[in-house]
Write a protein that binds this ligand. Structure first.
Ligand code: ASP
Length: 617
């Protein structure tokens, strides 16, 4: 056979996918620490492991036919694929091998002549010749090609997830997910944490989302809730003297699905006794650093901290993406006493788009204005900065000379920049500018990871329609030491000023997780329940068991939880957590593979004491 024939490869098929995603592509997830010599079953070797050093060896390989190319009348090139890679096998034509057939091929490893290697294939320096083929199973033509580089409709991918999993992306993502989990487990064990499993069928944990419920057959008319988190149990473990608990826990929350949210997700859940915020930050920073190192091969620097108040003021978000600046600038004093009606408001702030005067065209500004309106703003004020810092924009005619000269100065703007302003109440100004910042300042997709701890969260988020504050984190969070007394003295809106000992970990603008120092004093816990509008009876009915437990000697304790799915996705440069979950649900909460959720039989309903009503109007 001539050299030319042996290198008859389709480079398209073998080109490395998404080579620039930032994770350590050389990380050897196949055999790191694994004795690959053990229990190989029907094969002697794995496709991707073979090198020129194996030349002349007889090998048996098992896998799927990735591709087949005819060669004259007698021979075919078969690309054989297993989870470690692809190798070319030269096979006798009489086998009718089609894509995705499952085969065992036995043959001799042969080095390709110099200059005839295939640079797109890791095993491109060799192939397997004189092959004997056993077909272990045939396959229908798959609904999409396993080696296609094209985007495939996601619902189709999920309907045939087992085929999608054969593709490089899922192979890589799921194996890295496992690496993340074992790095995190290892990090927690290193720090003296013990893994404890908590139940799935529970009462209810107040994390603020809707519960998924499971009807009880033995007590018809009653329901278990699936855990929104193991929160209560981990605190009980602390009362039980377990000292340091962790678990990679499945949590379930019935909320609308998004790119970073599924009904069920995995989190590293942790709790420790006789420690406070600083120690939790240390434990958790160590665990995420270990995961980052395992995937990317770099141990991140110490994670910076920012107060919630600063995050809101400078980034307009409690999950600031600090990979780029474009921070929100305070302009309220500049517009004090202004003649311009739009700026006669509680708060005026702005951001600068560097070079935006030219880059951001008029129709884009109109688009941004529409977005701001959708986010609840009245509109968007904009100014192009020209020669000598002169401003150009529809509102300049309403502004005083001081305002016109002060604005570019306070914004630190230069010629060629675009200044964007919002005015109104402080909350919405921050919120709208924060979103606008993300919209126009999108950081380049690169390997940069920007972790930040956001600390000093407020205790309560909003006042609800009944006039009661709603817990920002959850009701077991300890108020800030200096603010405990305000819990009873204050009422109404001023409650929103009470700080808590709660903290979040943020990565590239995604909330990775949350935690807090917990209340261990039943009296403070009662006061928080009361502040939330729970009467003593209601608190006793819902959480009596917890208050009881606290009365038997609860140690001071604190904890945290972060999303394994989110961390893995960000480490791998994926923008949707579905890409790192084996069998996720679609945006509408369905599983196209198994057709969940589905109706259940009438007799099953009867057994559970249930009757299904027609859908509400
Ligand atoms: N239970 C919280 C959550 O799942 C985390 C924590 O406070 O430890 O978000």
């Amino acid at each position: 056979m001539s050299d030319q024939e042996i290198t008859d490869q389709d480079p398209e098929l073998a080109a490395p996918a998404d080579a620039d995603q930032g994770y350590d592509d050389d990380y050897d997830y196949d055999d790191d620490g694994v004795d690959m010599g053990v229990a190989r079953g029907m094969r002697s070797d794995y496709c991707g492991e073979l090198t020129v050093d194996d030349a002349d060896r007889e090998v048996s390989l098992c896998g799927w036919v990735d591709n087949r190319r005819e060669h004259g009348e007698k021979l075919a090139f078969i690309d054989l694929r297993d989870h470690t890679g692809i190798i070319q096998c030269v096979v006798d034509e009489k086998h009718d091998l089609r894509r995705e057939y499952v085969v065992r091929i036995t043959g001799t490893v042969v080095a390709r002549p110099e200059g005839m290697e295939n640079p797109f294939l890791d095993t491109g320096a060799i192939d397997v010749q004189n092959c004997t083929v056993e077909v272990l199973n045939k396959a229908e033509t798959p609904p999409f090609s396993v080696n296609s580089r094209q985007e495939i409709d996601e619902t189709l991918r999920l309907k045939h997830r087992y085929i999608d999993m054969r593709r490089e992306r899922m192979q890589r993502n799921l194996r890295y997910r496992s690496i993340v989990q074992s790095a995190v487990r290892g990090a927690m064990e290193d720090q003296g944490f013990t893994e404890i499993e908590t139940p799935l069928l529970i009462a209810s944990t107040p994390e603020g989302a809707r519960d998924f419920v499971v009807p009880s057959r033995q007590q018809p008319g009653t329901f278990y809730a699936l855990p929104q988190s193991p929160q209560i149990f981990k605190q009980l473990c602390m009362v039980g003297g377990m000292d340091r608990y962790y678990q990679i826990a499945k949590c379930l929350r019935d909320e609308d699905l998004r790119a970073d949210r599924q009904f069920e997700f995995a989190q590293l859940d942790a709790e420790a006794s006789f420690v406070g915020q600083d120690e939790v930050i240390e434990f958790i920073s160590y665990a995420v650093a270990a995961a980052t190192d395992a995937v990317r091969g770099v141990w991140p620097e110490e994670i910076p901290q920012m107060t919630y108040a600063d995050a809101m003021e400078f980034y307009g978000s409690d999950k600031p993406d600090i990979r780029f600046d474009m921070t929100l600038v305070e302009l309220t004093p500049l517009f004090e006493g202004t003649e311009a009606n739009v700026f006669k408001t509680e708060c005026v702030k702005g951001i600068v788009a560097k070079g935006g005067a030219d880059e951001i065209a008029r129709n884009r500004i109109d688009e941004l204005t529409e977005m701001c309106k959708r986010w609840g703003a009245k509109g968007l004020a904009w100014f192009r900065v020209g020669d000598g810092l002169e401003l150009d924009g529809g509102l300049t005619k309403f502004m005083s000379a001081d305002e016109l000269s002060g604005l570019p100065q306070m914004m630190g703007a230069e010629e060629g920049d675009l200044i964007l302003l919002q005015s109104g109440d402080r909350r919405s100004v921050n919120d709208v500018l924060g979103r606008l910042r993300l919209e126009i300042g999108q950081p380049p997709i690169d390997e940069g990871l920007a972790f930040v701890w956001v600390v000093d969260f407020p205790m309560f988020e909003v006042i609800n329609d009944q006039g009661n504050p709603v817990a920002m984190h959850h009701p077991f969070t300890m108020p800030h030491e200096d603010d405990v007394d305000y819990l009873v003295r204050q009422g109404g809106e001023s409650m929103l000023k009470i700080r808590s000992q709660a903290y979040d970990l943020v990565l590239n603008g995604w909330e990775l997780g949350s935690g807090s120092v917990r209340i261990h004093d039943p009296e403070i816990q009662r006061r928080v329940f009361a502040a939330l509008g729970l009467s003593d009876e209601e608190a006793a009915e819902k959480f009596g068991f917890l208050l009881d437990a606290f009365s038997y000697g609860a140690p001071p304790h604190a904890g945290f939880a972060f999303g394994i799915d989110r961390l893995t996705a960000l480490l791998l440069g994926e923008t949707n957590i579905r890409e790192v979950i084996a069998f996720p649900k679609t945006q509408s909460g369905q599983d196209p593979l198994t057709n969940a959720p589905s109706a259940i039989a009438d007799n099953h309903l009867t057994e559970l004491g249930l009757r299904v009503l027609p859908p509400a109007e």
